[in-house]
Every structure is written in C-alpha cells, then in structure tokens.
Design a protein around this ligand. Structure first.
Ligand code: NAD
Length: 499
C-alpha cells in the first residue's frame, strides 16, 4: 500500500474516528457556558459529524482571562527560549505522529482530498511549529549606535494575549501560520477556528497540552463568527488580533479595534490573483498544468487561486486546448479517495455562491468553455465541476469578484503593457504569476505587478522561509518567515546613561 493508502482504508478509519467537539479553555475541555452547539457537517455527504461547542462572549471572556493570567504568571512568556523551543518541537513531532488522524479530520470536516491533507496541509503545519521553534533561540536583539556615554538597547517583547481568527479553507495550516510564531514569541493565544471547520484546531489543543504547553497559554474557542469572532475583536484585553478571511470581515476587525482598545490588527484577506502566460513561455505544458492546479486545487477555495488567467494571443488556442484537457482530468471525486484531484465545496452556502457566479458569467456574456455544472449530486454533498470561462471584457463580475470556487476567467491579450494593466486592475493584490523566457521581462513585469507574492515560471510555490500576504484590499502584515514574528512582538527602547 502506498503512503496514501486507498479509499477503503480511509472509509474504515473514518467510521472509527473520534470527533473532538469541545472548547479548550485554561487547560480544560469545556462546553459553551450556555450549552449552545452548532452542527459540524461533512460537505461530501451532508451528514453531521458532531455538534461542536458554540462559544459566545462569556466563553471568550474566560479564555482571554486565562490567557492573560498565564501571560502575567510567566509560565510561557518567561520560560527560557530553549525550553519553549523544546515544547514546540514536541508539538511539531506530535502533529507528524498524528498525521493520518489530522488529515482525516480535515478532509471530513472541510471536503478537501485526503491526498492534499496528507501531503500538504498536515506536514506543512508540523513544519511551521518546528521552524518557529528553531528560530526563537537564534534571533538577537539590538544595541543602538549612540554616543559613548549611553547604552541604548532595542529589545523585542511578546505582546500579551494574541487572538487568531481563521478561515475554513486550510483550517490547521492557516491557524498554525499565526499560532506558531505567536507562541514562539512568548504570547498567550486564543484561537477561533471557522465554524465550517473547527475540528483540527480542537485536536491541536490536545496535542499542545501533550507537548507541554501550560494551561491558559493556548485556548481554542470554536463558535460562530459574528459572535465569538466579534467578542474577540472587541475584547478590551486582547492585544493583537491576527485574522485570515474575507476582506469584508477584515474591515470589521479594524472597526472592532477602533471601537475597543486599539488592539493591533493583522489582516490576510481575499484575492483575485492574475496569472499571465506570455507567448515566450518556456514550457506550455507546465504552464497549463500550473494554471489548472492554480484554480482547481482545493476546489478553487484558495486565497491565492490564479482565478484570472491572461494568455497572449499567439499561443492562445494551443494553450487553451492543454488547459481544457487538465480541467477534464480534474473532476471532483470522493475526498476520501487518494486519487481524487478535487473534493467537495465546503458547504451549501458556498456552493450556492459559486453556482451563482457561474450563472452570472453566462448572463453577462462570458463564454463557457468547460464545466459549469454541479457534480456527484447523489452523494448528498456539494461538488462543482472545474469551470472555465472566456471573458471578452474585464468588467464581468467573474473577473472582478473573488468567487472562492473552481471557476476560471480567461482573457486574451496582445501586449505586455496591456497584460500588466489588466492584472493590476483589481481591488486585491495577493498573488500573481507570469511565464516568460525573457529574464528582463520577468523582472520588469514582477516589479510592476501590485501584489505581495509573484511567481515566475511557476505558480503558488513557496515554503515557510518566505513571507506570505498581500497589498491593497488583500490586507497587510505577513504570515510565515521571520517577519511574521514581528507581528507578535513589541520593540522596547531602553536608554541607559553611563556614568
Ligand atoms: P470569513 O471572513 O467569512 O471568515 C473568516 C473567519 O472570521 C471565520 O473564523 C469566521 O467565523 C469569522 N467571522 C466571520 N464573520 C465575522 C464577523 N462579523 N465578526 C468576527 N468574525 C467573523 O472568511 P471565510 O469564508 O472563512 O474564508 C474565505 C476567505 O478567506 C476568502 O476571502 C479568502 O481569500 C480568505 N483567505 C485569505 C488568505 C490569505 O492569506 N490572504 C488565506 C486563506 C483564506
């Protein structure tokens, strides 16, 4: 059997899988104070997986108070870095040890293929903890170049209580990109997972406890966004709110901050990323595959999805034929089947949203070249075919708005200037890709693209060593790399006059 096993194996494991459903506050497993729950649904079947604690303001208060107490007590914030590092390395190792269980929870909860969760989501989450663990005893503070009679130090201090509010598309990984650097820097953390996919965050709390994270330092409050998320956003004792999710919700967190204690807010929001293929593309086959993966992987539910594809006229027909062949081969399947390239859309609401854009595309004059239909209707779940539209203008809603589904808007272009202008014609600025054999063009175009990430002759590549985030309405602040540590630390100047 391969590392990924087969459908029967995963079905068997799924039947016996314990589903975690409680909140984790101050080292205790707990229900919501008022006993409220919400249904956690498997989007591939429509079946209920669990009823999860729906934390409200009272639970958020308890979690924040516990986090504050732990921070002030110094059980984590003042722990020697070597020891903090050892705990986080143990957590990374435990995630690896429980890879199959976590991958299965993620797949059942969110609908993404087990091959993706096994090979990407879970191992990347483990690497994130290991990387920040390894970093924290290697970053030094500073001494300012003052006059001789003075010693001025610039030291980094943890902020205190960090709240992380995260989305459902990469539940464990998005959480880990915030939790790992925040904990590594010595903060206490309250994590609120998305209501569509709370399970791996809850399981993470158990693994953190087993790794030796002290009570109160890491808390998980599953709950509905508007209630638990807002309670964290407005909380007077939260020092920092790190958010990944839609631009509309990100804007609310800035309001919550202004209305409460001016907590710092870091936003990783939506995207509508352009992917440009010039006619001097070094490898059309690779580019076509990257374009297909760039929009159909994870059912298109990726903030950096290359949802706007621009193809130069000279290669247009050849390229489109290759792209359509890849789309045809990436039809959705059972997420528990390691051979499935695409799984289920996360829930009925998101499915309706995606289908309404497919309808809008046709109504507004785009030409449907592939897909456009629901799939696997007899499964009880929500599946959409990989869908490709040819778009005559940039003004269509499928070109302008983030769909967050497997729907690609393709536009032909003639000149480099035209491609750059169309690529930058967006409220978002998260990712962008370009394919060319011309080194000067690669540099020239990358510089002109207004986005936080640019890929040349590849798409969506990267690892934990580089920053991740956007410009314009895609947000600000960066996840990943040493730069992410800066979000969870304050600088302190100490000016010492020497006698
Ligand atoms: P969302 O904004 O609906 O929800 C994100 C989180 O905010 C969830 O935990 C949710 O419960 C909470 N929330 C929702 N409404 C709230 C409110 N009124 N007050 C407080 N909290 C609230 O986003 P989503 O649908 O879960 O995720 C999809 C979005 O996330 C897309 O726009 C996608 O581009 C974006 N995303 C961005 C990145 C990035 O790194 N830039 C990565 C992944 C996803």
């Amino acid at each position: 059997m391969s590392e990924l096993k087969d459908l029967e194996y995963w079905r068997g494991r799924a039947r016996a899988l314990p589903i975690p459903a409680h909140a984790y506050i101050d080292g205790q497993w707990t229900s919501a104070a008022d006993g409220a729950t919400f249904d956690c649904i498997n989007p591939a079947t429509g079946e209920q997986l669990a009823r999860v604690a729906a934390c409200g303001a009272a639970d958020v208060d308890r979690a924040v108070a516990a986090a504050r107490r732990a921070f002030e007590a110094g059980v984590w914030s003042a722990m020697p870095r070597r020891e903090r590092k050892a705990v986080l390395l143990r957590l990374a190792a435990l995630i690896e040890t429980h890879r199959e269980e976590l991958a299965l929870l993620e797949t059942l909860d969110m609908g993404k293929p087990i091959g993706d969760t096994m090979l990407y989501d879970i191992p990347e989450a483990a690497r994130t903890y290991a990387w920040y663990a390894e970093a924290i005893d290697k970053v030094y503070d500073e001494i300012a170049p003052t006059d001789a009679g003075v010693l001025a130090t610039i030291t980094r201090e943890p902020l205190g209580v960090v709240a992380a509010v995260v989305p459902w598309n990469y539940p464990l990984l998005m959480a880990s990109w915030k939790v790992a650097p925040a904990l590594a820097a010595g903060n206490s953390v309250v994590l609120k997972p998305a209501e569509q996919s709370p399970l791996t965050a809850i399981r993470l709390a158990a693994l953190a406890e087993e790794a030796g994270v002290p009570p109160g330092v890491f808390n998980v409050v599953p709950g509905l966004g508007a209630e638990a998320g807002q309670a964290l956003g407005r909380h007077p004792d939260v020092d920092c709110l790190a958010f990944t999710g839609s631009t509309a919700t990100g804007k609310r967190f800035m309001e919550y901050s202004g209305q409460s204690n001016l907590k710092r807010v870091w936003l990783e929001c939506g995207g509508k990323s352009p992917h440009i293929v010039f006619d001097d593309c070094p490898d059309l086959d690779r580019a076509a595959l990257a374009a297909a993966i760039g929009i159909f992987n994870n059912q298109g539910e990726i903030c950096i999805a290359g949802s706007r594809l621009y193809v130069q006229r000279g290669i247009y027909d050849t390229f489109m034929a290759k792209l359509e062949a890849h789309a045809a081969a990436m039809q959705p399947g059972d997420p528990l089947d390691p051979r499935s390239a695409m799984g289920a859309i996360v829930d009925g609401r998101q499915f309706d949203r995606v289908m309404s854009y497919v309808e809008a595309g046709q109504r507004e004059g785009a030409r449907l070249r592939a897909g456009g239909q629901a799939a696997r209707a007899d499964s009880g779940g929500w599946f959409v075919q990989p869908t490709i539209f040819e778009c005559p203008t940039q003004s269509l809603s499928i070109v302008k708005e983030e769909i967050f589904g497997p729907v690609l808007a393709v536009t032909v272009f003639d000149t480099e200037a035209e491609a750059v202008a169309m690529a930058n014609d967006s409220a978002y600025g998260l990712g962008a890709g370009l394919w060319t054999s011309d080194l000067s063009r690669a540099h020239r175009v990358s510089r002109r693209l207004r986005s936080g990430l640019v890929w040349v002759n590849c798409y969506m590549d990267g690892d934990i060593t580089v920053p991740f985030g956007g410009v314009k309405q895609s947000g600000f602040g960066r996840d990943k790399s040493l730069h992410a540590l800066e979000k969870y630390q304050d600088l302190k100047t100490t000016w010492i006059r020497l006698e």
